[in-house]
Design a protein around this ligand. Structure first.
Ligand code: RNT
Ligand code: ZN
Length: 413
């Protein structure tokens, strides 16, 4: 069947083997926080805050680093291709001791790095500027209180240095992404003062030049959060300006824009001015920016743009969703595979024909080709990709997830 489908695609100028090669070379950075509802392992008992919320109480959440590693291995065994781990600083191995965020060191993450090496995967990293008493008043890097600001500056600085060490040891640059929750629930009297402060703090955080082969800095904007509905210091315009000026990577989270705004449409513009992109592929639903990713129009649009603009070499694809109302391993695997399927669909577009139609003003053909493409047997190519990677095909995913639920997750509560 695959050979036949390959020939069908060849007829419209699509090289299926080349698409599979690109799939194999496009890692997705798996966000550790889907495994334990953004809890981390500091043992502080502090609840998730700063506008982040996870709903649901599906049994079996990872309670330790070992359990999270076990779950990640299970997820990796369901995903075709080679991927990465995206770790938050609060997931360090602190050995039961109180290590505050401004005290983290490489030693706390060596276990993760060793594990990543064993798995043959790269790592990405994030400062954790939330779920902490010093984030409780709603401001971190943009705080007007120097003590609070300096605390978070130190945390972010350390995170970059640890990220660079991860990148060095694993032989693959670590993307260290800064997201802060800073903002106000109600109308601010002075929007500017916090933004000036944030800019200064970021300058301090990023002052030390690190080897780009080891660490890539990214900054992530947001439209609003729970409790910061009226004003978010790190808005899209703020970070787009900052990233352009300082040539850092820019992180675009699919859930962080107005619902009718398209992240896909931003990619070609942003890449004209910033060197690299980090994507947090996610799905916004009403107030929530972090539902499990689906093979939907929004995600397809993003992947189409990455392919059509030749943006894959300059884009780091990460995920950002968390759902505790369903099997967490299922959520991870389903969401990641959906993102991968969207990428494959984009790679199987008859790009040459589409361009030709558009440039000659033949928009009827363009529309017809796009619709035709949806009806082509792309799923045969997807199954081939899964088979070659020795991972479950679509018909087996659910059973694999349920088996793990029975044999591992059910024993956790
Ligand atoms: C929050 C941001 C951020 C976080 C993670 C946990 O709105 O999207 O990326 O979700 O860092
Ligand atoms: Zn995000």
């Amino acid at each position: 069947m695959y050979e036949q489908v390959k020939n069908t695609y060849a007829e419209i100028g699509v090289d299926v083997e080349k698409a599979l090669e690109t799939m194999a070379n496009t890692p997705i950075s798996l966000h550790c926080w889907q495994g334990d509802d953004v809890g981390g392992f500091e043992g502080s008992g502090i609840e998730l805050g700063s506008g982040l919320a996870v709903t649901g109480n599906f049994p079996g959440k990872a309670r330790s680093i070992d359990e999270l590693k076990q779950d990640l291995e299970q997820v990796l065994s369901i995903l075709p291709g080679n991927h990465r781990l995206n770790l938050h600083a609060m997931y360090g191995d602190f050995g039961g001791k109180k290590v505050d965020r401004d005290e983290i060191e490489i030693a706390h993450f060596q276990g993760w790095i060793d594990w990543a090496k064993e798995q043959g995967i790269g790592m990405d990293f994030n400062p954790s500027c939330f779920s902490h008493p010093k984030a409780d008043d709603g401001f971190t890097l943009s705080s007007l209180d120097k003590g609070i600001r300096d605390f978070w500056i130190e945390h972010c600085k350390r995170t970059r240095i640890i990220g660079a060490e991860m990148g060095k040891q694993l032989g693959s640059a670590c993307v260290t992404n800064i997201w802060i929750p800073d903002g106000l629930k109600d109308q601010p009297a002075d929007r500017l003062v916090y933004r000036k402060q944030l800019s200064e703090s970021l300058d301090e955080v990023l002052a030390e030049k690190l080897n780009p082969a080891h660490n890539i800095d990214a900054i992530e904007c947001k439209l609003f959060g729970i409790g910061s509905e009226s004003y978010v210091v790190g808005s899209h315009e703020f970070y787009l300006g900052y990233a352009t000026k300082n040539q850092t990577a820019l992180c675009l989270d699919a859930g962080h824009f107005h619902p009718t705004e398209s992240l896909a449409d931003k990619i070609s513009s942003v890449l004209m001015y910033v060197p690299e992109l980090l994507l947090h592929v996610s799905r916004g639903v009403r107030w929530d920016s972090d539902h499990v990713v689906l093979l939907d129009d929004a995600t397809q649009g993003i992947m189409q743009e990455l392919v059509r603009c030749d943006a894959l070499p300059r884009t780091h694809i990460g995920l950002d969703f968390f759902d505790a109302s369903i099997n967490r391993i299922g959520a991870w695997a389903i969401g990641t595979r959906a993102a991968q399927k969207c990428l494959l669909l984009a790679l199987l577009e008859p790009r040459g024909l589409l361009r030709e139609a558009e440039l000659s003003g033949d928009y009827t053909s363009r529309l017809a080709l796009l619709e035709m493409n949806k009806a082509l047997p792309w799923s045969v190519v997807w199954e081939e990709f899964c088979q070659r990677n020795d991972v479950p095909g679509e018909l087996e995913v659910l059973a694999t997830v349920k088996d793990y639920e029975k044999s591992v997750l059910s024993g956790r509560d």
